[in-house]
Design a protein around this ligand. Structure first.
Ligand code: NAP
Length: 251
């Protein structure tokens, strides 16, 4: 049985991946992972291939998926590590438990899921990890988020080299702002402006295309591409000051 595992399947980007991958002939089942039971049920109703997997990735979610794989022994053709959470605000306001849960979902869960799925992956299998343009430089007031996305980016790129001899591709996706439920739309009644925001469809299409081509990075949209180059050539201190200035009114 040829399957795709997609985490964060009930939300914006994850749902987009479910839709695109469920349409592929080479896939028999899409294991859609999330906590929201109602949304998982809706996914199952919308896409025949969907197998809903109710799991919390800050708790025993990875063990649950590992157990399912041991039981069904599937041929994992895709692993999309998409689930992730953001935290915008002063780092010192985060509680220790929040930091722990944050690191679990954004860092440990994708890393552990790769470890759990690799025994079930063969030549031609693909891993897609959703990082962010926030991984291009440290972002004050998005500190833990940008750090967690660097973890995922460096893990992805290094693994793409390590897994090449096995014919398994690893693609790291680094979008700028994407039009999903993750982004708050107002702050104190004022509209929040997200420069260069792009659609879910655009990110998903490019990610799948880049994955097919065996590319280790997928950077959708002009904004993220520009940001990547800018962060590489400009002093980090200056980039951080400019970022902090641009977000000051939302703090
Ligand atoms: N939106 C952006 O601007 C943007 C930009 C760059 C990168 N990204 C990245 O893209 C990925 C997807 O984000 P999105 O914008 O599509 O966000 P979203 O609409 O908020 O979706 C987040 C998904 O993560 C799942 N999730 C959250 N906590 C979970 C937990 N503890 N266990 C299991 N699943 C959990 C949610 O499902 P349940 O609620 O059902 O658990 C939901 O399906 C994230 O990694 C994010 O960092 C987003």
């Amino acid at each position: 049985m040829r399957i795709a595992i997609i985490t964060g399947a009930t939300g914006g980007l994850g749902k987009g991946f479910v839709q695109a991958i469920a349409a592929m002939e080479e896939i028999d089942e899409v294991w859609a992972v999330g906590r929201n039971v109602r949304k998982l049920r809706e996914l199952k109703e919308a896409f025949e291939k969907v197998v809903p997997v109710e799991a919390d990735l800050t708790k025993d979610g990875v063990s649950c998926l590992e157990g399912l794989m041991k039981e069904k022994r599937p041929d994992v053709r895709f692993l999309v590590n998409n689930a992730g959470v953001g935290y915008f605000g002063a780092y010192e306001k985060m509680k220790r438990e929040e930091v722990e849960a944050f690191c679990r979902i954004n860092c440990s869960a994708p890393a552990e899921l790769i470890t759990a799925a690799l025994p079930y992956m063969q030549k031609g299998a693909r891993i897609i990890n959703i990082s962010s343009a926030s991984s291009f430089q440290p972002n004050p007031y998005l500190s833990a988020y940008s750090a967690s996305k660097v973890f995922l980016k460096n893990l992805s790129r290094a693994l793409s080299v390590e897994l090449k001899p096995r014919g398994i591709s690893v693609t790291c996706v680094c979008p700028g702002w994407v039009d999903t439920g993750m982004l708050p739309r107002t702050k104190d009644g004022n509209e929040i402006k997200y420069g260069g925001m792009i659609s879910v469809d655009r990110v998903v299409k490019k990610a799948l295309k880049d994955s097919m081509r065996g590319k280790d990075m997928s950077v959708p949209g002009v904004f993220a591409k520009y940001f990547r180059i800018y962060s590489k050539i400009m002093p980090t201190g200056l980039v951080m000051r400019q970022w902090t200035w641009s977000v000051r009114k939302y703090l």
